[in-house]
Write a protein of this length. Structure first.
Length: 471
């Protein structure tokens, strides 16, 4: 099976840098289903094409009972697996172009982040659903789709069309995005994965598709087919994707400007404003020069960080593409002065997956973030932040559920926001923070945010983690 990627972005041979594969030689790689070859059938400054050719070992497929095609008795011996683009080609794409899929290219970092003219050709794509389905899944992503159905037999046109398409996609797209589109959509269109689909596939889908699939009009269809129509996995994946892009602005309580919650009627200072003030005070005491606003929401804290001249670099991330669009508008990124813009990096990222872009900071802030994470996924967040990113200091704020009775508008037993997965008491928060600090080599101390009620504590609780010595 064959897939080609062509660009005319000058110099076109820089495609070799982006793919991390030299245009001047053929390279071969052993993959789980056979052998993959990368070569360049054309290379010039004006136009360059990279080809991925996958040779599938049919004997290994039979031995491994993969891609057996259960529709008839000889299905494991007679099938389209070695010839038509499917989940096998998607796996080879990931194995061979792993760094390009992640969007990393030190030699051409700016180019890797830039949409460039691309043409992708898949001569034989397995697609039950035909040309119309291919258009429905690719066109919303900015691709122009040219697709023709391959006849069952050119010698007998009356037999009609096969399930296979010759597909050519053209568009101006970031290469990493294009490869991730293919990684998800090739098996989704084929609708028959060659391996057993487990819960791990949900993580793969969200990692590769979260930035674009959450807002795709065919999100449910793609997810269902990618997960082999397993209902429980599809429901879980759609819930995860909803976290990425469907949160309403009022649910992003970590970065709201409006006075959503005030402490008492006689002091109408928004609690959100007090939280930001407490975080900024902690950062000043740390002398932090590089700061991550992890879970930045609409960018209220990022705006305040930009006003702190002592902070040289700000990394603002959020899992919600919708929230980041709002943050971009509120921060006026398009009109931001060049020197100010150079201090700010803002991008989509999930705190449950390792991301090298947030590593090496002086301080990371998780302001009203952890309560939006499902408890079973907190372990992943802890590893991402405290083990892999490993900033010198981490500031975490979260609601104190004991204080909720002081808010007259909250019905008894309810949480402050409908997107909260939990709200901890002071002892629960301390137990969590003490365990995390011990596990990852931090010291932690606790600070109140807002009026510290002698009976119930403060409305917001803050933990300041510092690496190694005293906090």
């Amino acid at each position: 099976m064959l897939l080609t990627v062509t660009t005319t972005h000058p110099p076109a041979t820089d495609l070799g840098y982006l793919l991390h594969k030299h245009p001047g030689r053929v390279q071969s790689f052993g993959v789980s289903v056979g052998e993959a070859h990368v070569f360049y059938p054309e290379q010039s400054e004006e136009r360059c094409t990279a080809a991925l050719l996958l040779e599938v070992d049919p004997v290994a497929l039979v031995r491994g009972k993969s891609g057996s095609g259960d529709g008839f008795t000889l299905g494991q011996y007679v099938n389209d697996r070695p010839y038509a683009a499917s989940s096998m080609l998607a796996m080879a794409l990931k194995d061979v172009f792993r760094t390009a899929l992640a969007g990393r290219c030190e030699a051409r970092a700016e180019l890797a982040a830039t949409p460039i003219p691309l043409e992708i050709h898949v001569p034989a794509l397995s697609c039950p659903g035909g040309v119309e389905l291919a258009r429905r899944v690719f066109e919303p992503l900015g691709w122009t789709v040219e697709a023709t159905a391959v006849p069952l037999d050119p010698e007998f046109p009356k037999w009609g069309e096969s399930r296979y398409l010759d597909v050519r996609l053209t568009g101006t797209v970031r290469l990493a995005d294009a490869l991730n589109h293919l990684y998800v959509l090739l098996p989704a269109l084929d609708n028959a994965k060659h391996y057993w689909v487990s819960t791990d596939e949900i993580d793969k889908l969200v990692r590769a598709g979260g930035a674009w699939l959450a807002g795709h009009p065919e999100k449910a269809l793609i997810t269902r087919r990618y997960l082999s129509h397993r209902k429980e996995l599809t429901a879980a994946a759609l819930a995860r994707l909803a976290e990425v892009d469907d949160a309403e602005p009022e649910e992003l309580d970590n970065a709201l400007d409006a006075p959503v919650i005030t402490e008492t009627p006689d002091r109408p200072v928004p609690l959100a404003e007090q939280r930001r003030g407490a975080v900024l005070a902690a950062l000043r005491s740390l002398g932090a020069r590089t700061v991550g606003d992890l879970g930045c929401g609409e960018g209220a804290l990022a705006r305040d960080l930009l006003a702190e001249r002592s902070i040289e670099r700000i990394v603002a991330t959020d899992v919600s593409a919708f929230a980041l669009r709002i943050a971009g508008r509120k921060l006026k990124l398009e009109r931001m002065p060049e020197l100010q813009r150079a201090r700010l990096e803002i991008f989509q990222s999930s705190l449950t997956y390792r991301d090298e872009r947030i590593a090496g900071l002086d301080a990371a802030v998780l302001m009203e973030v952890i309560e939006h994470v499902d408890p079973p996924r907190l372990d992943a967040l802890e590893r991402t932040v405290f083990q892999f990113a490993a900033p010198h200091a981490v500031i975490v704020t979260t609601p104190n559920s004991e204080y909720n009775v002081r808010f007259e508008f909250l019905p008894p037993g309810t949480m402050r926001h409908r997107d909260h997965r939990f709200e901890w008491t002071r002892s629960e928060f301390h137990a969590w923070a003490d365990r995390v600090a011990a596990a990852y080599g931090y010291t932690v101390r606790y600070l109140p945010v807002g009026t510290d009620d002698p009976e119930l504590g403060p409305p917001t609780q803050l933990a300041l983690f510092t690496k190694g010595g005293a906090a």
